[in-house]
Design a protein around this ligand. Structure first.
Ligand code: IPE
Ligand code: IPE
Ligand code: MG
Length: 252
């Protein structure tokens, strides 16, 4: 039997794999609606996609994976849907934390924790504490996260340093502001993927995305898998990054 007619899968060369991939996991509701299912089922299947993508990320050698899991603006959804999303986060941490830890995944959380229910805060802290020394893949969970809020909070911290006489306002530059964001030690994303065909950032990593490559994928998030990740990485590898200069690729 010959498989000569089968198209070669788009496997990224390891050297083309971005160090930091960030994903706007969108389209759970539309995935469910297309199947006559409740939106909650789309979110549940979205968690399965997340598990696949975390596994694929360490198989592919990605060092940092950031996922947008609940935005500051998602509070405008019906209370029942917010309850479903929080329930899934709770279950994801309770069920998956041990295996993430075993796989060497370090969990980090960005976003606003003030005002979240106590048990959610405790779970987020537990996930960070348990996995703090892991080095294989850093999974950054953007939860109750909005980029404008993050930047405003950084400005507030800088203002407080000035008010306390600890900082000269002249020292406030892009590096100083960047150093006051939620995870200043994590490099900017090289590649940002958004599923479901929407082409916007929706308040995700707007500061950090200054030179990220953006790839928009028509699949809804529950259908996203390793092959889809590989093809987004292959698209990334075809881009020429210039960072405002003239030399491609080596410009960083
Ligand atoms: C993404 O799917 C999950 C979250 C925003 C939490 P959506 O719930 O936004 O699904 P659509 O965009 O309505 O299809
Ligand atoms: C962005 O998706 C937020 C998350 C994926 C968590 P939304 O579905 O909330 O974004 P909009 O409303 O379509 O811009
Ligand atoms: Mg959406």
């Amino acid at each position: 039997m010959s498989n000569a007619a089968a198209p070669a899968p788009e496997r990224p060369d390891r050297s083309d794999v971005p160090a930091h991939v960030a994903i706007i996991m969108d389209g759970n509701g539309r995935w469910a609606a297309a199947r006559g299912l409740p939106r909650a089922e789309g979110h549940r299947r979205g968690v399965e996609a997340l598990r696949r993508v975390v596994r694929a990320s360490h198989e592919l050698g990605i060092r940092y994976l950031t996922i947008f899991s609940f935005s500051s603006e998602n509070w405008s959804r019906p209370a029942s849907e917010i309850g479903d999303l929080f329930g899934l986060l709770r279950r994801f941490i309770r069920n998956d934390l041990a295996s993430l830890h075993r796989d060497g995944v370090k969990v980090r959380i960005i976003g606003e924790r003030d005002g979240l229910e106590g048990d959610i805060c405790a779970l987020l802290n537990e996930a960070e504490e348990l996995t703090r020394d892991n080095t294989r893949l850093t999974l950054v969970v953007a939860f109750n996260y909005g980029s404008r809020q993050e930047i405003a909070k950084a400005a507030q911290k800088l203002a407080r340093e000035v008010a306390d006489g600890k900082r000269d306002p002249e020292t406030i530059d892009a590096d100083a502001l960047g150093a006051h964001l939620d995870a200043p030690d994590i490099p900017d994303p090289d590649l940002i993927i958004r599923t479901s065909g929407e082409q916007r950032l929706s308040n995700f990593l707007m500061w950090q995305a200054a030179y990220s490559e953006l790839v928009f994928v028509p699949l809804h998030w529950p259908d996203f898998d390793k092959a889809a990740l590989e093809s987004a990485i292959a698209e990334f590898a075809r881009r020429e990054r210039r960072f405002g200069g003239l030399v491609a690729k080596s410009a960083s």
